[in-house]
Design a protein. Structure first.
Length: 183
């Protein structure tokens, strides 16, 4: 069985709903609730032994501020809101180092030095029958409306992180576990 996990930051409920409503004009569902990824799938094994390592990091990490910011692109096919927060980088690095995935996994998932915190708004459709992607034109249409409909971009406090688990039947990631940061 192909079990996958990743770790993210959940948005404040009101802004989460704004993003879902905004995305919903182009795509039904991206396969997961809008979030900011802290740790991608690499090294998050089905045995879940890494969860205790993540708990250990979180126990020694204080809540911190995150600021969403202007839209940007990865290449020309993934539109996202940029994220500003020094502590987010620190938390990412501590979790990656604690779990210690292979160098290949770190490179493959753009972690450590290649980590760019972001909130994906939309991505271009790739071949096959993937129904969650957008055409180039739809992505450009989305970009033109981001500032008008999603600004002002919020600052908010992160007091916990969420582990997401792939639900194979539903073809999406669902909440698996929330872990509080030290208070």
């Amino acid at each position: 069985m192909n079990v996958e996990y990743f770790i993210g930051i959940v948005l404040p409920e009101d802004y989460l709903e704004r993003i879902k409503h905004f995305q919903g004009r182009w795509v039904n569902y991206l396969g997961v609730e809008p979030h900011i990824t802290i740790k991608a799938q690499g090294g998050l094994t089905p045995d879940k032994k890494w969860i205790d390592q993540v708990r250990k990091v979180c126990k020694n990490f204080k809540p911190f501020q995150v600021a969403l910011d202007k839209p940007m692109y990865f290449g020309d096919n993934i539109l996202y809101l940029s994220v500003n927060s020094n502590n987010l980088h620190n938390l990412h690095q501590k979790i990656v180092k604690e779990i210690s995935p292979s160098e290949d996994l770190i490179k493959g998932y753009f972690e450590l030095d290649a980590f760019v915190p972001h909130l994906t708004l939309g991505k271009e459709k790739y071949g096959g029958n993937i129904s969650t992607g957008l055409s180039k034109k739809e992505l450009k249409d989305m970009e033109e409306l981001v500032d008008k409909e999603l600004a002002p971009y919020p600052n908010f406090e992160v007091s916990f992180i969420r582990i997401y688990e792939l639900n194979i039947e539903k073809q999406r990631y669902d909440k698996y576990l929330d872990i509080s940061l030290s208070n």
